[in-house]
Ligand binder design. Structure first.
Ligand code: AMP
Length: 222
């Protein structure tokens, strides 16, 4: 059996990385883990984590690293991560990159690939404005690039789609500023290890997905 692929997806909000993560994960037979989606589910369910995270998420700010460390550890401990995973939205700070290293080192593993989805500000703003999310199952659509089969309705579970509160323009600006401030040190961690692979987030969906799958398989084979 091949070694697990422990992959992180980096890139600005709206770069499409969540959509690519889900599709690449399906092709590789490993779970795609969105820490933002874990937090949104916790907020919807009103759990202690949800109550702790709510103000940060809704304000477009980062949830504190100590809280995220628990979220990460709980999720990576689940059985479906044993053969690898794609993390979408984690790590977002250099401290979180260290948390991930320690969590993996405890099982004798490490990050195997970091995929940086590159997208300019204009594209990101357009994508976030057109993004529609299912408040019930978390599925994500885009009015331009990935419309639902029936307008305003989730293909997967039939709930009415919404514009996420944090996809509204003021909060988007805050999220982009946070990303601009925090991303360079995280990218540097993986660049220094020779694990960073850049992909063009503006290319057509299937092309980006196929490119990432190839990159991961080639890197794993070499
Ligand atoms: P996302 O769905 O990845 O855009 O995340 C939505 C929101 O969840 C972010 O704006 C943050 O408030 C929070 N969040 C998700 N992942 C993290 C993380 N790794 N560290 C801190 N906050 C996070």
């Amino acid at each position: 059996m091949s070694a697990p692929a422990n992959i992180v997806f980096l890139g600005p909000p709206g770069s499409g990385k969540g959509t690519y993560a889900v599709r690449v994960a399906e092709r590789l037979g490993i779970p795609a883990i969105s820490t933002g989606e874990i937090l949104r589910q916790a907020i919807r369910a009103g759990t202690p984590l949800g109550r702790e995270a709510q103000a940060y998420v809704e304000g477009g700010k980062l949830v504190p690293d100590e809280v995220m460390e628990r979220v990460l550890a709980d999720r990576l401990a689940q059985a479906d991560c044993a053969r690898g995973f794609i993390l979408d939205g984690f790590p977002r700070t250099a401290a979180q990159a260290g948390q991930l290293d320690r969590a993996l080192a405890a099982r004798g593993a490490g990050v195997t690939h970091a995929v940086l989805v590159e997208a300019g500000e204009e594209l990101v703003l357009r994508r976030l404005g057109g993004r529609r999310t299912c408040p019930s199952c978390g599925a994500v659509f885009n009015l331009d690039t990935l419309p639902p089969r029936r307008e305003g309705i989730c293909d997967r579970c039939g709930a009415a789609l919404v514009l996420r509160d944090d996809d509204k323009p003021d909060t988007v600006r805050r999220r982009l500023a946070v990303h601009a401030e925090q991303s360079a040190p995280v990218e540097a961690v993986y660049r220094q290890r020779g694990l960073l692979h850049g992909v063009d987030g503006s290319a057509p969906l299937e092309q980006v997905v196929a490119g990432i799958v190839r990159t991961v398989q080639v890197a794993a084979a070499s």
